[in-house]
Design a protein around this ligand. Structure first.
Ligand code: SF4
Ligand code: SF4
Length: 177
């Protein structure tokens, strides 16, 4: 017999309110899953994540790798017959996972997101070289991807110095919010 989560109602309400998505309309047709290009790294398929939320399986959902592997490419919602915004749901789940301090299934991806945000806060835009170096420093891994980095430098895809946006105050306001 399947056991529903204890705080099922509260969990569903929270994710629904935060994401603005009515996932109870999901038909479980699996079209989203069949269209997702990132399935291989996921422990639960996107439609299964919705089913787990409906069942109130909070721990399983918040500790899943799927919520971090999803890149928000929107492919799934473009094909969904009910136009369910799965990326918005994944976003809410990531927020809640951080708030609840649960075990993060993909800490490297979280660290990478943090480094991207760091450079946006500093310069108003991303600085790829700094993101890569800070991320590598955190992982203490300097040798993997070296070839890719050199190729990007050669093709001038990596700026050595960062450039800043003119309206720095606007960026500061956004981050304060
Ligand atoms: S495509 Fe839409 S309706 Fe079908 S399973 Fe995915 S979210 Fe549910
Ligand atoms: S938004 Fe996420 S779940 Fe949807 S197709 Fe892209 S990676 Fe897959």
């Amino acid at each position: 017999m399947i056991k529903l989560g204890n705080n099922r109602g509260k969990f569903i309400y929270k994710i629904r309110k935060q994401s603005g998505v009515n996932f109870s309309e999901c038909l479980h047709c699996t079209t989203c899953t069949n269209s997702c290009p990132f399935l291989e790294g996921m422990d639960y398929y996107p439609n299964v994540v919705l089913r787990l939320i409906q069942m109130g399986m909070e721990k399983e959902v918040l500790e899943s790798s799927t919520i971090w592997i999803c890149v928000g490419c929107n492919t799934c919602c473009n094909y969904c017959p009910m136009a369910i915004d799965i990326p918005a749901v994944m976003d809410s789940l990531r927020h809640l996972a951080l708030k609840r301090k649960v075990r993060i299934a993909e800490p490297d991806i979280l660290n990478f997101h943090r480094e991207v945000l760091n450079t946006v806060e500093k310069y108003g835009r991303t600085h790829k070289l700094e993101i890569m170096l800070r991320y590598k420093l955190k992982k203490k891994d300097f040798l993997s991807d070296m070839g890719v980095g050199i190729k990007m430098l050669k093709k001038r895809k990596l700026d050595l110095t960062p450039s800043k946006v003119k309206d720095e105050d606007a960026i500061e306001r956004i981050f304060k919010k």
